[in-house]
Design a protein around this ligand. Structure first.
Ligand SMILES: Cc1ncc(COP(=O)(O)O)c(C=O)c1O
Length: 383
């Protein structure tokens, strides 16, 4: 029997969100499709965007290689850059763009000058500055020196200057303004295009607009800015749903699930749904998180398990076995992504171990189905 749970991906919404980001930012935008496009399927998403995206960004060489080998011809930036000479040579061959964010990567690029391919297939390098995040990137004071070293390399075709924000999703913090100012001050004299803004930078920081944006999470419909701000106009891309496969009756005082977190305050009818934290639904989703059963609002009760979760059917007499449970959805405003104690929309949409099978109908809406987490099966084309 097929496990009755699925994640539907709306590729039109994905394109809408990309267009919105590009228009808001101005300039060009790399669509960040790393980590399997935040759980949405990197190849399907890249194919859906290829007609209009200026390019793509992924974390790792292997992700970029997979996209190239599947026929994605647009520029692909590898955000972590390469780890050794073999990856650098292969990246040249595939025409990838590479971030350089620490000294060993500069040394690799310089050492590869001896390779004849350096002249015939020079790579575009995005030189990353640490303007305040304190993670990856050259210290600002070292940017000019790093730039000069790259500029001397025949194997480097173009140098783009980039930085990444730590707190752009916190409009009240001055950290982003300080990062923008520091980056500008230390790179003003260096030639080349600039790239600063991730999703929160695009949405919340007009001062961060530059030659290239790098939106990720917003493409999938998640607004990283705090609630209460101006509506973003983003459209949710994933609808995650499952069907009730079993039900239980609890008496007043009965406990439910791990940690006995939920204790029935009245006779309670519980529906079991085959979606859990192994599918990307947050284990930390609190009691009462909204869900919709056959379109009717109700709530999560009990702790989310690895493979299933439990919902309250008590006030929905029509609901039962086989009822559809939307966990987050495009259709229903009553099922936004759960606000967890540490809200992380990425984990909400990262269907980590689900093995997606895609079909695209004529309107290019793709479907992926968690038929099982250990096999990939291709669903029939919907009529
Ligand atoms: C360097 C860089 N740019 C852009 C992004 C996209 O970020 P977001 O998903 O917040 O838009 C990431 C994501 O981790 C990143 O590492």
């Amino acid at each position: 029997m097929t496990r009755p749970s699925e994640a539907r991906i709306d590729l039109r919404a994905l394109r809408h969100n990309y267009r919105l980001a590009r228009a808001l930012h101005g300039g060009r935008a790399l669509a960040v499709v790393k980590a399997n496009a935040y759980g949405h399927g990197s190849l399907e998403c890249a194919r859906a965007l290829e007609g209009e995206a200026d390019g793509f960004a992924v974390a790792l060489f292997a992700e970029a290689q997979a996209l190239r080998e599947a026929g994605i011809a647009k520029p692909i930036l590898v955000l972590e850059g390469v780890f050794d000479a073999a990856e650098l040579a292969a990246a040249r061959g595939l025409g990838l763009w590479l971030v350089a964010h620490h000294a060993p990567q500069l040394a690799l690029i310089e050492a590869a000058e001896a390779d004849p391919a350096a002249r015939t297939q020079p790579v575009a390098v995005w030189l990353k500055a640490d303007s305040g995040m304190g993670r990856a990137g050259f210290p600002l004071a070292e940017m000019a020196g790093a730039h000069a070293r790259l500029a001397r390399c025949a194997g480097v075709s173009e140098i783009t200057l980039m930085t990444h924000f730590a707190c752009a999703d916190e409009p009240a913090s001055d950290a982003t303004a300080r990062q923008i100012a520091a980056f500008a001050a230390h790179t003003a004299h260096l030639p080349g295009p600039r790239s600063l803004a991730n999703s929160a930078g695009v949405l919340g920081w007009p001062q961060a607009r530059a030659d290239w944006a790098r939106p990720g999470i917003l493409l999938y419909g998640a607004d990283p800015m705090p609630p209460g701000g101006a509506p973003s106009g983003l459209q949710p891309v994933m609808t995650l749903s499952g069907r009730v496969f079993a039900q239980r009756l609890l008496r007043t005082g009965d406990a439910l699930g791990y940690g006995a977190r939920f204790v029935a305050q009245r006779p309670t009818r519980v529906g079991l749904v085959p979606v859990g934290y192994a599918d990307g639904y947050p284990r930390t989703a609190p009691e009462g998180t909204p869900v919709a059963v056959d379109g009717q609002p109700t709530r999560l009760i009990g702790r989310v398990s690895m493979d299933m979760l439990t919902v309250d059917l008590t006030d929905l007499p029509e609901a039962g076995i086989d009822s559809e449970v939307e966990l987050w959805a495009r259709r229903s405003t009553s099922t936004p992504w759960p606000r967890t104690p540490a809200p992380c929309p990425t984990s909400c949409c990262a269907t980590s171990s689900g093995c997606p099978a895609y079909t695209s109908n004529d309107r290019e809406a793709a479907l992926f189905r968690h038929a099982s987490r250990s096999t990939v099966s291709v669903s029939p084309r919907p009529s």
